[in-house]
Ligand binder design. Sequence first.
Ligand code: ADP
Ligand code: X2W
Length: 265
Amino acid sequence: MKSLIIIKIGGNVIDNPDALKQFLTSFRGIYGHKILIHGGGKIATQVAEKLGIQTTMVDGRRITDQPMLDVVTMVYGGLVNKQIVAQLQAIGVDAIGLTGADGNTVLSKKRAVGNIDYGFVGDIEEVNSGQIQYFIRQNLVPVFAPLTYDRSGSLLNTNADTMASAIAVDMAIRNETTLVYCFEKKGVLADPNNEDSVLAELTPESYANYKSQGVISKGMIPKLDNAFSALEKGVRKVIICHANQVAEAVSGSGVGTVLSLGTQE
Ligand SMILES: Nc1ncnc2c1ncn2[C@@H]1O[C@H](COP(=O)(O)OP(=O)(O)O)[C@@H](O)[C@H]1O
Ligand SMILES: CC(=O)N[C@@H](CCC(=O)OP(=O)(O)O)C(=O)O
């Protein structure tokens, strides 16, 4: 099987032009086939606010009514996606920007969880990995915005960490897949106030312990849930690391946090 590297880059890095540039340079240094999935939640919140639209997040997901869907479509599918693609092209990476609707690549259905009306939020139902593989075979680097669609013409807002995990799981059928979550810290920290307290390894057991102590919290919880889920479903390796260190992390030089299923019964 061929190796494939799937990288997710979060909103705090995208929001900082210098940090984004450094990340994209490191991304260019990754040898072989690769896919990028970007977030951009922070920018969507800022743009929405400028338009007088308030943001409400529930369980890490943005309540997405029609005006908010318009904002996230413009921000993720337009502004962020096209800026990243243009910057990658400028440094010699032949990137192609996609949403899940483009090439029918990622299909979802409206989220229906409990009594909460999330609006136009999509839970992924199907990844068309054959089509994504086609782009890769053309030596293109797919760059996905966190937007999916529901077959009947509606775009749906989808959490970018979940999108990365779902794409990685499906691509793992045809490729030896590594999934890397990049953000603004050096990895999962044993002490959130100490940037150097990076955990080299995390198992479901140690994750549960750190979570119950409140050491792992906020956005890191859905990220790790998605990350462990990918590992359980056939993704070979999952790493959480700093955006600048993505090339080193992929080459196995020991930076960041590597997830392991440990010795589960
Ligand atoms: N133990 C921890 N180690 C590192 N980050 C943590 C930890 N616990 C909570 N976090 C928080 O998780 C955040 C990452 O999640 P999130 O904001 O969703 O990432 P992204 O930028 O990829 O969207 C970090 O910015 C940090 O504030
Ligand atoms: C449904 C839902 O919540 N979608 C996310 C998609 C963007 C995202 O996940 O961006 P980060 O990775 O930068 O957080 C949102 O609109 O915030």
